[in-house]
Design a protein around this ligand. Structure first.
Ligand code: ATP
Length: 376
């Protein structure tokens, strides 16, 4: 849908902000521009909606040169979200969101109804509609910014460091929300960040830029983590890229053991029959199959469990949904070195050792198998 073709931006003072950049931005996906401060991310984004005009090269939107359509028509097809939301302070939340539909001539009631619908979509409680921006938290304001950009249902969303000003927990929530909205609405999103973790988490494609406005690498996140193009990209990805890459491998193929799993109401015979030489502990579950904790086999007798003897299982991973990274994290956090896999309802599906996870990692690497869904 958007093709950036050998585009250069030279500002009047001679600064070359973007240098012969070419990018094919796929339809209905999230393309992230990432790189150190001053590498030309914002300039690139603003050239797409012509807030900044390219000095050389062409930007094609749906195959048409962006200069050939009136700038207002172009901008109307592109929602724009910035850091700190950039809300109108003297307008209520509902009227902030209704801004573009009103500009397009919608009646007040229709525009407000649309705004309320969008509030729900971005996870904002309807009770906030009549408040003013200063009465909202930073994270809530960012959600309003996203809702406002979506109000006229533009096919394209341009987002410039939209979540940079909020704390890490709120930021994670906003990222998850964006991915959910994207699954529902299928917009073409171009997203600027300087945070490589954010880029890898939300990007379908990631363009790593380097100072001087040059493209260092353009690839899907898993590819970026496994094959950085050069030392600059490798350095930018950080030291734990091997671990982060595991986010792209599903946990579904892990060999789970059920032999060490025993219910709290098991009989003496059942208890005697559980366990395996591989696992030094038994995992006790409640009567519904939810994990309670690990116990040494000799410490479990029929008729209930002594809670004081239970060793924490840490945190379980959801089999199939969570990645190998999550499974490994659970095993590392578990005092026994074993991870507990559960189904979507939280019932134990089986347990797996660090060693077995290590084998699965080696196998996945050898097969080069990744699963983009798991990345999220
Ligand atoms: N209006 C301007 N006039 C002159 N130089 C500019 C102008 N706007 C940006 N620049 C310069 O162009 C380069 C790229 O800036 P840009 O804002 O696109 O980078 P960025 O990657 O988005 O940076 P940041 O992450 O810090 O926001 C920088 O060197 C910047 O100083």
């Amino acid at each position: 849908m958007i093709r950036i073709d050998s585009v250069t931006k030279r500002y009047p003072d001679g600064t070359v902000a973007v240098d012969r950049l070419s990018l094919e931005i796929p339809d209905r996906s999230i393309t992230v521009l990432v790189g150190p401060s001053g590498c030309g991310k914002t300039t690139t984004l603003r050239m797409i909606n012509r807030m900044v005009e390219p000095s050389e090269g062409t930007i094609l939107i749906d195959g048409k040169d962006s200069r050939q359509q009136p700038v207002n028509t172009l901008r109307r097809s592109m929602g724009y979200v910035i850091q700190n939301a950039g809300l109108f302070q003297h307008r209520t939340i509902v009227d902030n969101i209704a801004t573009v539909p009103r500009m397009l001539g919608w009646g007040k009631e229709k525009a407000r109804a649309r705004a309320r619908e969008l509030m729900e979509r971005v996870g904002l409680d309807g009770s906030l509609a009549k408040r003013y921006p200063y009465q909202l938290s930073g994270g809530q304001q960012q959600r309003v910014g996203v809702a406002r950009a979506l109000a006229a249902d533009p096919p394209v969303l341009l987002m410039d460091e939209p979540f940079s000003a909020v704390d890490p927990i709120v930021r994670k929530g906003l990222q998850d929300e964006l991915l959910r909205i994207q699954d529902e609405l299928g917009k073409t999103i171009v997203f600027v960040t300087h945070d490589i973790d954010e880029a890898v988490k939300i990007g379908t494609m990631v363009a790593v830029m380097r100072t001087g406005g040059k493209l260092a690498q353009y690839a899907p996140p898993a590819e970026l983590l496994s094959n950085p193009a050069d030392a600059f990209v490798e350095d930018f990805l950080g030291t734990d890229r091997g671990i982060r890459r595991l986010s792209f491998f599903p946990s579904a193929g892990l060999r789970l053991l059920t032999a060490p799993v025993v219910a709290v109401d098991a009989t003496a015979e059942q208890i005697a029959a559980r366990g395996t030489a591989e696992a030094p502990y038994l995992l006790v579950t409640d009567v519904d199959g939810r994990p309670l904790g690990w116990i040494e086999p000799g410490d479990l007798t029929a008729g209930g469990v002594d809670a004081a003897r239970l060793v924490s299982y840490g945190r379980p991973f959801v089999v199939g949904t969570d990645s190998l990274r999550a499974a490994l994290d659970c095993a590392v956090l578990s005092p026994t070195g074993w991870a507990v896999g559960v189904d979507a309802e939280g019932r134990v599906a089986g347990v797996v050792s660090q060693q077995a996870i290590g084998e699965a990692i080696r196998k996945a690497h050898a097969e080069g198998r990744t699963d983009a869904q798991v990345a999220r």
